[in-house]
Design a protein around this ligand. Structure first.
Ligand code: SAM
Length: 290
C-alpha cells in the first residue's frame, strides 16, 4: 500500500492538465484523509488505508480527466472563507477579490458619505453563485445588510448552505432573475455583481476548469455584454443617491463597460487587478439626482 510520500510523487501525471500538480495532489490527500496540509509533511511515511486509497484513486482519475480540483474536494477558499462549491455555479476566482476589496475601500475612503462607514448600509449582490462576494463583504462588515440573489435554484441552495454553515445573519439569499424579485421599494447603497461576461464563441470555454462550470454562470450574449447591460440599465432604480454600482468584467471589456456606465451613472472608474488588467468598473448615482 502506498504512503503519502509515494502518492505525492504521482503529481507529475497531472502536468498535462494542471498548472499546480503538486498542490492538486496535496488537496486531494487532505480531502480523503480529512487532515490539514501540514499533516502530509509531518507524516510522509503514513500508509493510506484501503478506503482512503480507493477514494484518492477515484478522484485522481477524475482530475486526470480535467475536472476542477474544487469540484473534487467540494471546497474553495475565497477571501478568508472556505466555501462549499459544486457544479451549479462558478468556482470563485481570486480575481473577484478585487471587487470585494474595491467595495470595502470605496466605503472606507468615504467616497459616498462619511457617516455610512461601518453603519448599516444596504448591499445587493446580483448573481451570487456560492455567495462568495456577499459572504466576504458580510465577514468584513457585520453591520452591512446584504441581499444576495441568483436565478439558479441550485446556486441559491448552495449559497444559503454556505451562509448557514459560516453563520452570517446579515446576509439574505433569494432566487431572482437579476432585479425581478427584488422588492421595488428597496434602495441600496451598493450593488455588486460578477455577472456572466464571456462571449458565446470564446475559445476559452472549451479549455480547463470552465468546461465543467455551467454556461449560465459564464456566458452572456452580445459579445458577453448582455447581462452587464441589463444590470447597468436597471441599477439606478435600486440605488440611493450617491449609491455605487460595481461590476466585474473581462479584461478587454473595460472600455465598453465604461461607455454603458457613463450613460446612467457618474464618477465612472475602472480598477485593475494584480496582473494590471482592467477587471472592475463602477459608477454612482449623482448625489443631486432624485
Ligand atoms: C460569474 S458567476 C458569479 C458567481 C459569484 N458571484 C462569484 O463571483 O463567484 C455568475 C452568476 O450569475 C448567475 N446568473 C446568471 N444569469 C442570471 C440572472 N438572469 N439573474 C440572476 N443571476 C444570474 C449565475 O447562476 C451565476 O451564479
Amino acid at each position: 500500500m502506498p504512503t503519502i510520500a509515494d502518492l505525492l510523487k504521482r503529481a507529475q501525471v497531472l502536468d498535462p492538465v494542471s498548472d499546480t500538480p503538486r498542490l492538486d495532489v496535496e488537496v486531494l490527500l487532505c480531502h480523503v484523509l480529512d487532515k490539514p496540509r501540514n499533516y502530509l509533511y509531518a507524516w510522509p511515511e503514513y500508509v493510506l488505508e484501503q478506503q482512503a486509497l480507493t477514494q484518492f484513486k477515484y478522484l485522481f482519475a477524475r482530475r486526470i480527466a480535467g475536472e476542477p480540483i474544487a469540484h473534487l474536494s467540494g471546497q474553495k477558499e475565497f477571501w478568508s472563507l472556505s466555501l462549499d462549491v459544486n457544479a451549479s455555479t462558478l468556482i470563485p476566482r481570486p480575481e473577484t477579490e478585487l471587487l470585494v476589496e474595491t467595495a470595502l475601500n470605496l466605503f472606507n475612503e468615504s467616497k459616498i458619505d462619511n457617516s455610512k462607514f461601518d453603519s448599516a448600509i444596504q448591499v445587493l449582490d446580483l448573481g451570487t453563485g456560492t455567495g462568495a462576494i456577499a459572504l466576504a463583504l458580510a465577514s468584513e462588515r457585520p453591520n452591512w445588510n446584504v441581499l444576495a440573489v441568483d436565478s439558479s435554484a441550485d446556486a441559491v441552495k448552495l449559497a444559503e448552505s454556505n451562509r448557514t454553515r459560516l453563520d452570517f445573519d446579515n446576509v439574505q439569499i433569494d432566487q431572482s432573475d437579476w432585479f425581478e424579485n427584488v422588492n421595488a421599494d428597496r434602495r441600496f447603497d451598493l450593488i455588486v455583481s460578477n455577472p456572466p461576461y464571456i462571449a458565446p464563441d470564446d475559445r476559452h470555454l472549451s479549455e480547463g476548469d470552465v468546461r465543467f462550470e455551467p454556461r449560465s454562470a459564464l456566458v452572456a450574449n452580445d459579445a458577453g455584454f448582455a447581462d452587464i447591460e441589463t444590470i447597468i440599465l436597471n441599477a439606478s432604480e435600486f440605488l440611493v443617491r450617491g449609491g455605487w454600482l460595481l461590476l466585474e468584467h473581462g479584461s478587454e471589456q473595460g472600455e465598453g463597460v465604461r461607455e454603458l456606465l457613463k450613460a446612467h451613472l457618474d464618477d465612472v472608474t475602472t480598477w485593475r487587478d494584480v496582473a494590471g488588467l482592467e477587471r472592475v468598473s463602477g459608477g454612482r448615482v449623482p448625489i443631486g439626482e432624485v
